[in-house]
Design a protein around this ligand. Structure first.
Ligand SMILES: [Zn+2]
Length: 480
């Protein structure tokens, strides 16, 4: 995979040399040489004049060729600085990837307050210029599982944080660990299948026993939100105290913040900065622990978030009671409105009636909700090809929410789950380590690309996925 994609980054010195020589004969040197080659010698004999002219002509051309060669070397080296390649491992025997998630870390949070440790990774590593694009719906479980499988939710099966399997009537919740829900092949399973060691300090799906992954107690932590962040970081650091053959090649680390704060206070409240600082200090703890052990420059750290966050307020509400949609048709309200009408109602008619009412002006904030048959959703959302996705899907505009019934409460907070094209839903992609260029920016991309990035660094074959094979070579430093 790596060797296939490397030519994309390989400059073509021969081609550019030919072009520069063809297109840029150094015109500025010609007048000087020409005036030198035409001395005024009226009394000289014709033969010696001819010889002199030939010699001058030849010497002029030799001078010109030397000047052109010099100009080429000068401009070529100026426009093509030495190509940065992957740095050799100093202490590790084989590559290690540490994938860290900061839940709900909206792109831009890194500018809201001092984040010296995250900044250190950015300045000495590679960053997605305008953030990491989540998959739709921009919710925690679908996105975390897309990051580790490279699949859109319709294909990895976790289509929402909560949903019903229409075939069995079974409910999926965030604590469902039966393998039947979790399709695709997450990275820890890929590693186990290839005989490599992985460790998971929390990640949606990591507790599911599937394929060669048995979630052994030693390396697979059972989710418990009360475990202090410090303990999580210190456990990961202790893996680096093992014999080099025992160090997991792939590790995950997860922090619930700043998502929790974001929901409570919204993305722009000053209190969000406390949660950002807290996560930043954990990154600092990790960096200094790795430095102490001499591994900081050897580890490929991939720091991401699953989605962004936007402020919501109860004046931005749409009520389903106004649309005559009963509560028992609804599988999720907001920001992803998912409706499964009973079998005696045609989903197509439900969509037509809802949109008619929303456009009529009789429904408060109706213009901020659009309802679709799932197969008619914009294709870029990739949100149709699964029976687990209910037939009727509503997209609400940024910051709006859907509820069933008018209540008197008035509250403001934050939310996510909206269309992934909305900028506030973006998170971060910040990487540091031997395979990442220093101070480098790459264009934003969808998080389904990360699976191939990790398998490329670890030099293993991955499972089929929705990422592109050539993507890793656009982000990683080439090995040679
Ligand atoms: Zn959340």
């Amino acid at each position: 995979m790596i060797s296939e994609s490397m030519p994309i980054l390989t400059p073509k010195p021969n081609e550019s040399a030919a072009n520069e020589e063809d297109e840029h004969p150094d015109a500025a040197l010609l007048p000087l040489s020409t005036s030198d080659s035409c001395p005024s010698t009226p009394n000289a004999k014709p033969a010696s004049i001819t010889l002199t002219i030939i010699l001058l002509f030849l010497s002029t051309w030799i001078a010109l060729a030397a000047a052109a060669a010099f100009a080429f070397l000068f401009f070529h080296s100026a426009s093509n600085p030495p190509r940065e390649v992957a740095r050799p491992l100093a202490k590790l025997k084989t590559p290690v990837v540490l994938l860290i998630s900061m839940d709900g870390f909206r792109f831009g949070y890194q500018f809201k307050t001092e984040t010296p440790h995250i900044r250190r990774l950015i300045e000495n590593g590679t960053e997605a210029d305008l953030g990491l694009i989540p998959v739709f719906p921009t919710l925690t479980f679908p996105n975390h599982y897309s990051i580790v499988t490279g699949l859109y939710p319709a294909y990895h099966g976790i289509v929402n944080n909560f949903f019903i399997d229409p075939a069995t009537g079974d409910f999926f919740t965030m604590s469902s660990h039966e393998p039947k829900w979790w399709l695709g092949e997450p990275l820890w399973e890929t590693l186990a299948n290839r005989g490599l060691k992985a460790s998971t300090y929390f990640w949606p799906g990591s507790e599911v026993v599937k394929g060669s992954w048995n979630c052994s107690n030693e390396y697979c932590m059972i989710y418990n939100s009360s475990v202090p962040y410090e303990d999580r970081v210190d456990t990961v650091l202790r893996y680096f105290d093992l014999n080099s053959s025992e160090i997991p090649s792939f590790m995950t680390l997860y922090f619930e913040d700043p998502d929790h704060q974001g929901h409570k206070v919204g993305s722009d409240d000053p209190k969000i900065t406390e949660a950002i600082s807290r996560v930043d200090s954990m990154i600092g703890r990790l960096i200094s622990g790795l430095e102490k052990r001499g591994f900081f420059d050897d580890v490929n750290i991939i720091l991401v978030g699953d989605h962004g966050m936007v402020g919501t307020c109860d004046k931005k509400l749409i009520y389903l009671d106004d649309l005559g949609i009963p509560k028992d048709w609804i599988q999720s309200y907001s920001p992803l409105l998912a409706i499964r009408p009973p079998s005696d109602h045609s989903p197509k008619e439900v969509v037509a009636k809802m949109n008619e009412a929303l456009k009529s002006g009789s429904v408060g904030n109706g213009e901020y909700l659009r309802v679709y048959l799932k197969e008619d959703l914009p294709r870029r959302l990739h949100y149709a090809d699964s029976d687990r996705i209910p037939p009727v899907i509503g997209l609400v505009d940024e910051g709006f929410k859907v509820e069933q019934t008018r209540l008197k409460r008035q509250e403001c907070g934050g939310s996510h789950g909206y269309d992934n094209a909305i900028f506030s839903m973006r998170s971060v992609f910040i990487c540091h380590g031997p395979r990442f260029g220093r101070g480098r920016k790459v264009p934003s991309f969808e998080n389904v690309q990360i699976y191939n990035l990790v398998t490329s660094i670890l030099n293993i074959y991955g499972a089929p996925n929705n990422g592109t094979v050539s993507f890793p070579s656009s982000v990683l430093l080439p090995i040679h």
